[in-house]
Design a protein. Structure first.
Length: 155
């Protein structure tokens, strides 16, 4: 039976910075209703766009306008097309970088690679034709270094 992992814990005397006003909005985008998020320290400030999937453009634009947000970047949690489909267009429109795990970068140009053969065939039939982006990449950085949690279903 495993016990707690030894190591230094948080310093009980340390002062933690606390945000008193956080802006977080989400909406379901596209036919699979994947959640797209906008997160900011406050309204009227810089924000991150998280997982702008299929048909997310109008929802992102609406939230940016309504809350006077300034996109600073796009975070892609993984490369499935229902999470990244509008990253290219939004990155260009707002002139911001986007970040994706290096293991998922290929999915930006070959979205069907993230699907099994059966689901890829179904998606291509559903959407008509082969799943390909109109641009080769969204200039997403693969220098971000984070680890996928154990059991992460993607990539």
């Amino acid at each position: 039976m495993a016990g707690p992992v030894p190591g230094p814990g948080p310093d009980p005397g340390a002062k933690l910075a606390r945000l008193t006003d956080v802006f977080l909005a989400s909406f379901p985008a596209g036919p699979w209703q994947a959640n797209c998020y906008l997160a900011a320290a406050r309204t009227g400030g810089e924000c991150l766009i998280v997982d702008p999937g299929m048909d997310a453009l109008s929802g992102v634009r609406q939230l940016v306008d309504e809350h006077a947000l300034r996109p600073a970047g796009i975070l892609l949690t993984h490369g499935h097309f229902d999470h990244v489909a509008t990253a290219t267009e939004l990155a260009g429109e707002f002139g911001v970088p986007c970040w994706i795990h290096p293991d998922d970068r290929e999915l930006l140009t070959d979205p069907a690679a993230g699907l099994g053969a059966d689901l890829a065939a179904l998606a291509e039939q559903w959407f008509g034709g082969t799943l390909r982006w109109s641009r080769t990449t969204c200039g997403c950085s693969t220098t971000a270094t984070w680890s996928k949690p154990p059991g992460w279903p993607c990539g």
